[in-house]
Structures are given as structure tokens and as C-alpha cells.
Design a binder for this molecule. Structure first.
Ligand code: ADE
Length: 246
């Protein structure tokens, strides 16, 4: 998979792209991440990327010319046809595990990071194919939002996590939060690991984990439970156990 990131502060991305899972995925050739400075696509002496909003108001707006120039030049160089051009903006559709699965299925995406008061609307209307928000809050740097999207997508690329750790059991991959996890020591400060996890009984362990996931999701994210799918046995257990959650 290839991911192009277009931004104003490329240095922000350097360290996170050079650590841990993303670093290894790049080194192993599983993902090709290329960062571009939008200022390199300006044509004036001051490398201007923003300007005052027509109609007045606070802040600055990202000009359309350098962003069009950047996206079109990169596409031309790669002979890339229709690839997703995704703006990171608080006005976008909400990012989720489902959206990251959708993006991980692509062979090439472009992420364009905003700043200041956002993009000139012509970028949104005539260049972008998608707009994504990572949550209902406003960041000062779109690079941070791009890193969130990138990290969530890269770990889904086949081979990136290795066979021993699977993205399939992550929170949200099945629409639920993940069950509690424990490691050694078996007793820490008088707090013991739940005995079922030491029993070696894999079907009992699977059942306990599933119920814990349901319990945790019901307590913390009841909105997810409403959308979940459960078998008859689980529904019965839920009606007996979820009615008096604190
Ligand atoms: N840029 C600023 N805030 C953002 C957000 N919440 N999501 C994506 N990009 C952003």
C-alpha cells in the first residue's frame, strides 16, 4: 500500500513514522509512506499557502492553488488515476474502525492535512474525494489527525502485525470493546488474575471473555450494544446481568 501525506509541517510526522510498528512496516516494504510539503508547490517568493477569508472573519484559509498543484503533480508522476484524496478536517465524516478497514483495502491513498481555519471550499468540492474527522474537537495541526488515521490503517495491512497479534481481536473490530487482559504476575498486590484464565479450558475462557466484553461495552458504550448482534444464549445472559449496571 502507498500513502502520500501532504502537509505544512512535515517535521511533525518524522518521529512517529520512524517508530515501532509503522517503522517496521515501512522497512519490510509493506507500506510506502511519502510525506510532501505543500509549500514546495507554491510559486511565489514567500511560499504562501494561506490567505484572508472572503467576507471577513477570523483566521486564515488554505489557498486552493498549492493543494491542487501538489495533488495533481504527485498523481501525474505516479501515473495514478482515481485514488482517494482525503482531507483531514473537523467537518469530515467521523473516523472509525470500519473506515480504517475501508481505507486499508485500498492500494493507494492521499491524506491532506489542514491548518488554520481550514481549506478553501473548492478543494473540498473539486479535488477531495473524501473528508475525515477523527472526532468532535478541533486540532491545531491536521498532521496529528493524519497520524491517527495512518496508524489505524497501517496496522490492518496484512503482515504488519504478525500472526501472534491479530487486529481481529482489537476493540471495535467486532463492534464491541475488548475484554480485560492480564499477564504475569498471577498475584499483584493481593489482586489475583481471574481463575478461569488459568484453567486451561479454552471454551470457558472464550465464554468469559465474550461476557466481559459485553459487560464492559454495556457499561462504557451502551450505544455500541444497541447495534450489536448476539446469540440467544447471550441475550438471556444479558437480560439477567445487564439490568442493574452501575
Ligand atoms: N483538523 C483539525 N481538527 C480535526 C479533526 N477533529 N479531525 C481531523 N482533522 C482535523
Amino acid at each position: 500500500m502507498r500513502i502520500d501525506i501532504l502537509c505544512l509541517f512535515p517535521e511533525t510526522l518524522e518521529s512517529p513514522l520512524d517508530q515501532s510498528i509503522i517503522k517496521r512496516a515501512r522497512e519490510r516494504g509493506l507500506v510506502n509512506i511519502v510525506v510532501h510539503d505543500i509549500r514546495d508547490y507554491t510559486r511565489d517568493r514567500h511560499r504562501t499557502v494561506d490567505d484572508y477569508p472572503f467576507g471577513g472573519g477570523p483566521g486564515m484559509v488554505l489557498k486552493p492553488e498549492p493543494i491542487f498543484e501538489a495533488v495533481e503533480t504527485i498523481k501525474q508522476q505516479l501515473d495514478a488515476g482515481e485514488i482517494p484524496v482525503i482531507l483531514l478536517t473537523p467537518q469530515g465524516r467521523l473516523f472509525s474502525q470500519r473506515v480504517s478497514q475501508e481505507l486499508a483495502a485500498q492500494s493507494h491513498i492521499m491524506l491532506v492535512c489542514g491548518h488554520y481555519e481550514g481549506f478553501d471550499e473548492r478543494v473540498c468540492e473539486h479535488l477531495a474525494t473524501d473528508e475525515i474527522s477523527i472526532g468532535d474537537y478541533v486540532l491545531s495541526a491536521g498532521e496529528i489527525a493524519a497520524l491517527v488515521v495512518l496508524d489505524a490503517v497501517v496496522r490492518l495491512i496484512p503482515g504488519v502485525l504478525g500472526s501472534e497479534c491479530s487486529a481481529g481481536s482489537d476493540s471495535h473490530s467486532n463492534g464491541m470493546l475488548e475484554y480485560p487482559q492480564y499477564t504475569r504476575p498471577q498475584v499483584f498486590r493481593d489482586w489475583s488474575v481471574p481463575p478461569v484464565l488459568l484453567s486451561g479450558n479454552h471454551s470457558e475462557i472464550a465464554k468469559w471473555r465474550r461476557r466481559q466484553a459485553i459487560l464492559r461495552t454495556a457499561k462504557r458504550r451502551p450505544d455500541l450494544i444497541e447495534k450489536g448482534s448476539f446469540c440467544d444464549e447471550e441475550r438471556k445472559w444479558m437480560s439477567e446481568n445487564l439490568s442493574n449496571l452501575k
